[in-house]
Design a protein around this ligand. Structure first.
Ligand code: PLP
Length: 386
């Protein structure tokens, strides 16, 4: 019996310790972790840089509130804005709250042009969080039905449907919100032609472009942010997950022309930008920006992609498609992936399944070649048994 409300369905195991990319259960059994806490634990578990930052910050202060500037917050704001080409950061506790901050910024920006420039366009199937504002932008009507009415004046278009985008764009649109690679909905990558249309139409109608890099950001796709590999030039970048080094942290990163849209009193958060989370985030940034780290990461990402592609050739009747970039891969099966997830668990490999048929691989950025081999061999064995 658990005292935690049953709104999530955890796996049937209790983890007591993590080390690198290994998790240990109560019985001492080890598991290879391909979740990395859903793209949070960029440096795996108990990374020395994280432990060092944790200690150092704990010896200074844990929380001061937004009435004080802190070194940790200032440093991370600088790192994230420099890495994204944005000018300033607003810190939140989560990805959802980063989305909410962007909704407020977009609406206020719209009203600086005309009173009815308040509509936000997003893409069907994308995920931006679970508040009623973020849900209105996320295209999952089946999970929304019980919670309507959601935030008003939003419209969603189908992924990569340029004609639909053209049809909804007008001067009443204040922003277009994009999840460039669908994380929760099966790892679909938005096409470049669609992104070029977004650029053209946003410019024509003076709408902001907001990219949600909550899952794709912080080197997960081989660049600091995924938009850097696409034709998109965002006005606002949303980040979370890995930026807190394992603690709750989100950020809205804003381009120079828009840094004065929100004024004091427009928005805020008690814990957002907590110094401990920021210090851990900075440790992540320092570590992943080391050239040798990046070199190994990019090599290993190519290796994972090659191994998974080879697996797809070996099992053409089981694997339907392989999608994604870097360490954000979706392996779509022709059948339900849950039985494979459960079988992998008994083999000591933790697999995440999204959209019922897609194995979502989100290993930490320190996932090694040997671990890639262990993962692909386990998958090979599981697929051979079917
Ligand atoms: C792309 C994207 N946006 C927003 C969110 C919401 O973030 P959080 O769960 O931190 O509120 C998520 C979470 O999975 C996400 O993947």
């Amino acid at each position: 019996m658990s005292y935690v409300l049953d709104v999530v369905k955890p796996l049937a195991l209790t983890i007591v310790k993590g080390q690198g990319n290994q998790l240990f259960d109560q019985a001492g059994k080890t598991y290879l972790d391909t979740f990395s806490g859903i793209a949070v634990n960029a440096l795996g578990h108990q990374h020395p840089a994280i432990l060092e930052a944790l200690n150092a910050q704990a010896n200074q202060h844990l929380h001061l509130s937004n009435f004080f500037r802190t070194q940790a917050q200032e440093q991370l704001a600088q790192s994230l804005t420099e890495a994204s080409g944005m000018a300033k950061a607003f810190f939140t506790n989560s990805g959802t709250e980063a989305t909410e901050a962007a909704i407020k910024l977009a609406r206020k920006y719209g009203r600086t042009h005309q009173s009815n420039k308040t509509r936000i366009v997003s893409v069907e199937g994308a995920f931006h969080g679970r508040s009623t504002g973020a849900m209105a932008l996320s295209g999952h009507d089946d999970t929304h039905a019980s919670f309507t009415p959601l935030m008003e004046d939003t419209v969603r278009v189908k992924r990569d449907d340029i004609a639909a985008l053209e049809a909804v764009m007008n001067d009443e649109v204040c922003a277009i919100v994009l999840e460039l690679i669908y994380g929760s909905s099966g790892i679909y990558v938005l096409g470049d032609d669609f992104l070029r249309a977004v650029m053209r139409l946003a410019k024509k109608h003076q709408a902001l472009i907001i990219v949600d890099e909550v899952q794709t950001g912080i080197m997960r796709t081989g660049s600091m942010f995924y938009f850097q590999q696409t034709p998109i030039e965002p006005d606002v970048v949303l980040a979370a997950k890995a930026i807190g080094g394992g603690l709750p942290l989100g950020a809205m990163l804003v381009k120079e022309p828009y840094i004065h849209i929100l004024s004091p009193g427009d928005h805020g958060s008690t814990f957002g930008g907590n110094p401990l989370a920021c210090a851990l985030g900075q440790a992540v940034m320092n570590t992943i920006m080391e050239p040798s780290f990046l070199h190994t990461l990019c090599e290993n990402m190519s290796y994972l992609h090659a191994q998974i592609t080879a697996l797809a050739y070996r099992h053409p009747k089981i694997i339907k498609d392989v999608r994604g970039v870097g360490y954000m891969l979706g392996v779509e099966l022709y059948e339900d992936a849950i039985p494979f997830r459960d079988a992998a668990l008994t083999h000591g490999v933790l697999l995440n399944v999204t959209s019922q048929t897609v194995i979502r691989l989100l290993p930490s950025l320190i996932f090694t070649r040997d671990e890639i081999d262990a993962l692909t061999q386990s998958l090979d064995t599981l697929f051979l048994k079917t």
